[in-house]
Write a protein that binds this ligand. Structure first.
Ligand code: 3PG
Length: 213
């Protein structure tokens, strides 16, 4: 898959809803009801971070939830890319970008939302053909004002800011011309997941899905 095709697909995924839930799931038994609650609340694109031993099983369990688009986050190595793809991930997300990681995603036909934090990184990815990128960690890097400032000289890149984004500040990002959606973990808080409070998570998803952009 070319970087251009990857970005085209990433843009479609980002446009599906204002928020991509960032999920850290410890127990694969939670995967299906969690995905069903988020999709029912209006958030179809889900990022399952490869940060727990259960993550690949979680992706497998979520992959056939109707209406869902399940991706793998925290991709760091070509091995992560292969494993995520084999588990059924439809897209990938990474905190940063290395040549090896980009090549692996292109070879495996996994659309990647590559992480970037600076203008130089955004330019390097743009040179390779990635016009849709993740701005990470968004709040720590200056938040919406910083992303707006990057957009002035580099308007051809669109972003999914992630990291420190919440219901409180999401509107600031979603109002920017270069923001397609935001990523955030607030829609699936650990206590609600552990308690199996799927109705509560669906309510959080509904609130996030109603954010204007
Ligand atoms: C992460 O690295 O976990 C994501 O960027 C999500 O960040 P958040 O927990 O601040 O939403």
């Amino acid at each position: 898959m070319t970087p251009q095709d990857a970005s085209k697909r990433s843009a479609e995924i980002c446009r599906a809803a204002p928020v991509v839930p960032v999920l850290v799931v410890d127990d694969a038994a939670h995967a299906r009801p969690l995905a069903e609650a988020l999709v029912a609340g209006g958030l179809p694109a889900l990022e399952v971070t490869l940060r727990t031993p259960a993550a690949l099983d979680v992706i497998r369990a979520m992959a056939d939830v109707p209406g869902g688009i399940v991706g793998a986050g925290t991709l760091l190595t070509p091995g992560d890319v292969k494993a995520a793809k084999a588990a059924g991930a439809k897209f990938g997300v990474s905190p940063g970008a290395t040549d090896r990681l980009l090549q692996a995603c292109e070879d495996e036909d996994l659309p990647l939302l590559p992480g970037t934090a600076t203008a130089s990184e955004a330019m390097r990815l743009l040179e390779r053909g990635y016009t849709v990128q993740k701005f990470f960690p968004a709040e720590a890097n200056g938040g919406a004002p910083a992303l707006k400032a990057i957009g002035a000289p580099i308007p051809q890149v669109s972003f999914c800011p992630t990291g420190g984004v919440s219901l409180k500040n999401a509107r600031e990002y979603l109002g920017l011309a270069n923001t397609l959606c935001v990523g955030g973990s607030w829609v699936a808080p650990k206590d609600k997941v552990m308690a199996g409070d799927w109705a509560g998570i669906e309510a959080l998803a509904r609130e996030a899905a109603a954010l204007p952009r």
